[in-house]
Design a protein around this ligand. Structure first.
Ligand code: CAA
Length: 382
C-alpha cells in the first residue's frame, strides 16, 4: 500500500470532521422520512458543494478541491453514514467530473466541470439498458452523425438522479456491435428529444431516484462527443473503476451506521438482568462486524491511494467494492438481528441500512462482475 504523509492524514481528518458535522446535523434527521417518501433534496447537494465536498478529487483549476481519492472516500463514508442516497448522489455527480477531467476537451472541462464541482449542477452517468446490464458492451441505443450533431435514439435504464441531473455522460452506439462501437456523449437536461421515462420503485435508497431516459431523435451537438468515436466503452469502464471505490466507501458508511446502532442498543437493552452487550453471543457478533468494517476500510484506502499515486487500481477497486459491500450486507443484517424485533421496525435505522446495503452489492457492477474482473486479472497475470 502506498502511504500518505502526516499532513495529508491531518487534512483528511479535518475534512472528515467537517463532513460528519454537516451530515449528522442536516442529513441524518430526515433520512428515514425522506427515504420512505422518496424525497430527494437538491439543496443538500448545493450545501455540500458550498462546503467544497462535491468536487473533492477534481483539479482546483476547474473548481474542484484537488484533494484526491483518499480524501474523497472519507467524505463519501461520512455522508453515507447519515443517509446513503446523498453519498450516491455525490459519487454519481463525481463521475462526469472524473470522466471529463481524463477524457474531455479543454472546452468541455471548462464548460461542465465547475458547476458540478461546486454543487450548482448535479451529474449523471447512463450506460445500462433493458438488455445490457452486466454485458454493458452490447448496448443498443444509437447515435448517428448528422452534420454538426448526433441523432440519438434508444431507452436507457437505471440512471441515478436522471431527473435532477443537468449533465449526464451517456453511452450510445456509433459503430458496429460490441464494446468498440460505443461512444460517450455529454447529454444536457432540456436537449431536444430527451425526456424522462418511469421512475423505479425500489426496495431502498428511496431518496435516490432511479430513472429511465428516453431518447427520441435526441440532438446532441457533435462537440459533446467525449474523445473519439469508439472510445465510449473505455471511458465508461475507467469511470466505473473509480466509481467502484466510492461505492465501497458508501458501504463502509452504511456499515458504520449499522454498527453504531447495534452497539448503542446492545449497551442499553437489558435481558435476564444485564445488558445484552455483556453476553458473548452478542459481543462476538459486534467484534466480527467491527473487524469486517476495518478490513473494508483498508481495502478502500489501498485502492484510493493507488488511484492517487496514478498506479493501476482496477483490480483493487473491484476487491474493495466486492468485500466492502458484501461486508455491509452481513453487518447490517447482524445489526437488525441484535436489535431483535425493534430492528425489523421503521422506528430504528437498522432496517434502512440493511436495504441500503443490498443495492450496493448490485450497482456499478454486480459483485459477480467484480469477481469476473478480479478473476480475469489473476489468470492474465499467471
Ligand atoms: N479500463 C479501461 N479499459 C477497459 C477496462 C477498464 N477497466 N475494462 C475493459 N476495458 C477495455 C478492454 O481493454 C477492451 O479494449 P481492447 O479490446 O482495446 O483491449 C475493451 O474495453 C473491451 O473489454 P472486455 O473484452 O473486457 O469487455 P467485456 O465485454 O468482456 O466486458 C466487463 C467487461 C468487466 C464485464 C464490463 O462489461 C463490465 O464492467 N460490466 C458491468 C457494467 C457495470 O458496472 N454497469 C453498472 C453501470 S452503473 C449505472 O448505470 C448506474 C449509475 O447511475 C451510476
Amino acid at each position: 500500500m502506498t502511504s500518505s504523509t502526516p499532513e495529508q492524514l491531518e487534512m483528511i481528518a479535518e475534512l472528515r470532521a467537517l463532513t460528519r458535522k454537516f451530515a449528522q446535523e442536516k442529513l441524518a434527521p430526515r433520512a428515514e422520512h425522506d427515504d420512505r417518501d422518496e424525497i430527494f433534496r437538491p439543496e443538500n447537494i448545493q450545501a455540500l458543494g458550498e462546503l467544497g465536498l462535491t468536487g473533492v478529487p477534481v483539479a482546483e483549476e476547474y473548481g474542484g478541491a484537488g484533494l484526491g481519492y483518499e480524501a474523497y472516500t472519507a467524505v463519501i463514508e461520512e455522508i453515507a453514514q447519515a443517509h446513503a442516497a446523498y453519498a450516491i448522489s455525490v459519487a454519481v455527480t463525481g463521475l462526469p467530473q472524473v470522466i471529463l477531467s481524463k477524457f474531455g476537451s479543454d472546452a468541455q472541462k471548462k464548460k461542465y466541470i465547475p458547476a458540478l464541482a461546486s454543487g450548482r449542477a448535479i451529474g449523471g452517468f447512463s450506460l445500462s439498458e433493458a438488455s445490457s446490464g452486466s454485458d454493458a458492451g452490447s448496448l443498443k441505443t444509437t447515435a448517428r452523425k448528422d452534420g454538426s450533431k448526433y441523432i440519438v435514439n434508444g431507452t436507457k435504464l437505471w440512471t441515478t438522479q436522471g431527473d435532477s441531473a443537468e449533465t449526464i455522460v451517456l453511452m450510445a452506439r456509433t459503430g458496429g456491435p460490441g464494446p468498440k462501437g460505443v461512444s460517450a456523449f455529454i447529454l444536457e437536461k432540456g436537449m431536444k428529444g430527451f425526456s424522462l421515462g418511469k421512475r423505479e420503485k425500489k426496495m431502498g435508497l428511496g431518496s435516490s431516484h432511479t430513472m429511465e431516459l428516453v431518447l427520441e431523435n435526441c440532438e446532441i451537438p457533435a462537440e459533446n462527443l467525449i474523445g473519439n468515436e469508439g472510445d465510449g466503452f473505455t471511458v465508461a469502464m475507467t469511470a466505473l473503476d473509480s466509481g467502484r471505490i466510492t461505492i465501497a466507501a458508501t458501504a463502509n458508511g452504511v456499515s458504520q451506521g449499522a454498527l453504531a446502532t447495534a452497539i448503542a442498543h446492545a449497551k442499553q437493552r437489558e435481558q435476564f438482568g444485564k445488558p445484552i452487550a455483556e453476553y458473548q453471543g452478542v459481543s462476538f457478533m459486534l467484534a466480527d462486524m467491527a473487524t469486517a468494517l476495518e478490513a473494508s476500510r483498508h481495502l478502500v484506502t489501498n485502492a484510493a491511494r493507488l488511484y492517487d499515486a496514478k498506479l493501476p487500481f482496477s483490480t483493487e477497486a473491484a476487491m474493495a467494492k466486492l468485500f466492502a459491500t458484501d461486508s455491509a450486507m452481513k453487518i447490517t443484517t447482524d445489526a437488525v438481528q441484535i436489535l431483535g424485533g425493534s430492528g425489523y421496525t421503521q422506528e430504528f435505522p437498522a432496517e434502512r441500512y440493511m436495504r441500503e446495503a443490498k443495492v450496493l452489492q448490485i450497482v456499478e457492477g454486480t459483485n459477480q462482475i467484480q469477481r469476473l474482473v478480479i478473476g480475469r486479472k489473476l489468470v492474465t497475470n499467471a
